[in-house]
Design a protein around this ligand. Sequence first.
Ligand code: NAP
Length: 258
Amino acid sequence: MNALSRATPKLLGKTAAVTGASRGIGLAIAQRFASEGAKVILLGRNEQRLLLARNEIAKFSGVEKDKLQLELRLHDVRLSEDWTDLAKAHPNMDILVNCAGVTQASPLPRTHPDTITNILHTNLEGAIFGCKSIGRRMVYNGNFLGNPGGCIINISSLLATKGLSGTSVYAASKAGLLGLTTSLAAEYAPAGVRVNAIVPGYIDTEMTKDLGDLVEKMKIPLGRLGTTEEVADAAMFLATNEYATNCILNLDGGLSAI
Ligand SMILES: NC(=O)c1ccc[n+]([C@@H]2O[C@H](COP(=O)([O-])OP(=O)(O)OC[C@H]3O[C@@H](n4cnc5c(N)ncnc54)[C@H](OP(=O)(O)O)[C@@H]3O)[C@@H](O)[C@H]2O)c1
């Protein structure tokens, strides 16, 4: 049995765009949405990496090849024109996941100004551009076309609220995402557009692979890193639960509790 032979795939007929879809958490979310019947637009800066991501989804999503709806799109989240073009090409987007991100491992005084700018532009301003361009269409569709139900999911981080040396700019960008989420949840709700955030702790991806034994170092209560599939589960919950807006979902193996 594959995903589309199940009773009703939960995202059938929906269109979703995922930034950072070329690997890690974004790829897992794109894969899950595709396996639930959505048309998924994979956004990334590198064509080769996007092609590899598509192959991976085709291999593991469980969806028959002719039913899999994937679009690859070169897209730099820092460029507002890329967002404007995406909104023009897909005026009826149902779901946007802002997952693209870059990290930091340096004390602030030793962090180059270009690095600071890049982290803020990628992690925060990129998501703001997305919420503006795609969100504007979702709000219009909800208000004037009788098509409410747009959903935006921002991928924040536990470091937004839990201090860790060497991550100040990253933490600021991720805390900014939480402010963005809460404010827009209020602003877009009258049009039926929901805005939510996932707050992962440490997830097993490229981003964490060189950080040593995080389970031991960070004393993760559940004794392991999270998996990208577990973050994708959270994204599915937020994409499908129609009462969820301003839902800030911790997914950190208990780290936020200690
Ligand atoms: N892994 C964790 O433990 C963890 C914990 C908390 C939060 N997060 C957040 O979750 C998100 C995904 O993390 P991950 O671990 O999956 O990271 P990852 O494996 O390093 O992947 C990062 C993704 O971001 C994309 N990206 C970077 N800069 C971009 C830009 N300017 N425009 C478009 N795409 C860009 C990359 O795409 P290309 O380079 O192919 O363009 C790549 O797909 C990030 O926002 C991260 O901060 C991760």
